[in-house]
Design a protein around this ligand. Structure first.
Ligand code: NDP
Length: 328
């Protein structure tokens, strides 16, 4: 029986081409659990994998999709049985192993997490890797102590930023949302942001190593100049969870905020997380993220929309989260 998948093919030095194809189970990679995928999503890395590759895809043909939620169809592993609802993020699925842009996926049981009660497969992918990483960031900030004052979220209208804003606000924190898109103000306030900060306000401040202490914590999806400026604006002893590099990989910062303000820079990696961390993050998502706010972030899509959406996310043009119904 064949089924649909978005397959990226590349011939020689030509650019990769992505198209929806019918494939069969014997083409799927090795693994001990077969998942009937229901939903996937569009993350920044997916944009890289659908498009020029960015060094992430090693072998073609390739099925991208770094996350998926669905139902176990067959399993050789005692931890999972037919009909279990599961979610998968990371483990280089969608990069080195065929991913979620397919009606079926074959993966290692070790990479899966049972989906907690109270969250549907669609909601799990509205959260997706971006939102899951936001939850990991919130947990990391809590472990290091969130100081008084607003928590800054950069790249706020994007996937990581939108979910981070909703979770932090639901937990009772004031949230200052940094965006380069002023037209998203109503959307961000709807997610719970109490303050909107224009991107230039952070990036174009006087470039001193230390500025006025402003933020009790920060979730940064942007990196680059933005992260460098934010470090000098943190309150004494506050922490920055560094998630992404949508604004660049270079960090033109000094050590002064670390030495004179005791600022903590916490690197957040969602790819190789131990099982217990993944279970904790997904159970906190089910309890701490208001599902009605999540719905406000969702843009629905199908497999055939993905080539355009991959290009859009690399340009920072996606608002919130894209949910891909692979069966639509
Ligand atoms: P999105 O594209 O949805 O959001 C990124 C946001 O960053 C944009 O919406 C925009 O926000 C802002 N932005 C984009 N370009 C720039 C720029 N040049 N300068 C300043 N701000 C910019 O991506 P995601 O939220 O899904 O991912 C964000 C980052 O996090 C990516 O780098 C991604 O790879 C990384 N990531 C890392 C993970 C990990 O495990 N560490 C897991 C998931 C994601 P606005 O329009 O509001 O200004």
């Amino acid at each position: 029986m064949s089924f649909k998948a978005l397959v990226v093919r590349k011939e020689g030095d030509d650019k990769p081409i992505a198209a929806v194809e019918q494939i069969s189970e014997d083409q799927l990679p090795d693994g001990n659990v077969t998942v009937a995928v229901e939903f996937s999503t569009v993350n920044y890395k997916d944009g890289l994998c659908i498009g020029p590759g960015g060094g992430l895809v090693r072998n073609y043909p390739h099925v991208p999709g770094i996350d998926m939620a669905g139902v176990v169809e067959a399993s050789d592993d005692d931890r999972y049985k037919h009909g279990d609802r599961v979610v998968l993020n990371g483990w280089r699925v969608g990069e080195a192993h065929w991913g979620g842009y397919s009606q079926k996926a074959r993966v290692k049981a070790d990479w899966l997490v049972p989906l907690p009660d109270g969250i549907t497969t669609r909601q799990a992918m509205a959260v997706g890797t971006a939102g899951y990483t936001s939850m990991l960031s919130v947990i990391a900030l809590e472990k290091h102590g969130i100081k008084d004052g607003p928590v800054l979220v950069t790249g706020a209208a994007g996937g990581v930023g939108s979910v981070a804003t909703a979770i932090l606000s639901n937990l009772g924190h004031e949230v200052a949302a940094v965006t380069g898109r002023p037209e998203t103000e109503d959307y961000l306030r709807g997610l719970g942001a109490t303050q909107i900060v224009a991107r230039e306000e952070i990036n174009e401040t006087v470039k001193r190593p230390l500025e006025t202490e402003a933020w009790g914590g920060c979730i940064d999806a942007v990196g680059g100049e933005m992260l460098a400026r934010v470090l000098g604006q943190m309150k004494y002893g506050a922490s920055v969870a560094a998630v992404g590099l949508a604004g660049g990989a270079n960090l033109p910062a000094t050590v002064i905020p670390f030495l004179l303000r005791g600022v903590n820079l916490l690197g957040i990696d969602s790819v190789m997380r131990p099982y217990d961390d993944r279970v904790e993050a997904w159970s906190r998502i089910a309890t701490d993220l208001p599902m009605e706010k999540l719905e406000a972030m969702v843009q629905p899509a199908t497999l055939s929309d993905l080539p355009d959406l991959g290009r859009a996310i690399l340009k920072g043009q996606i608002k919130g989260r894209v949910v891909v119904d692979v069966n639509a």
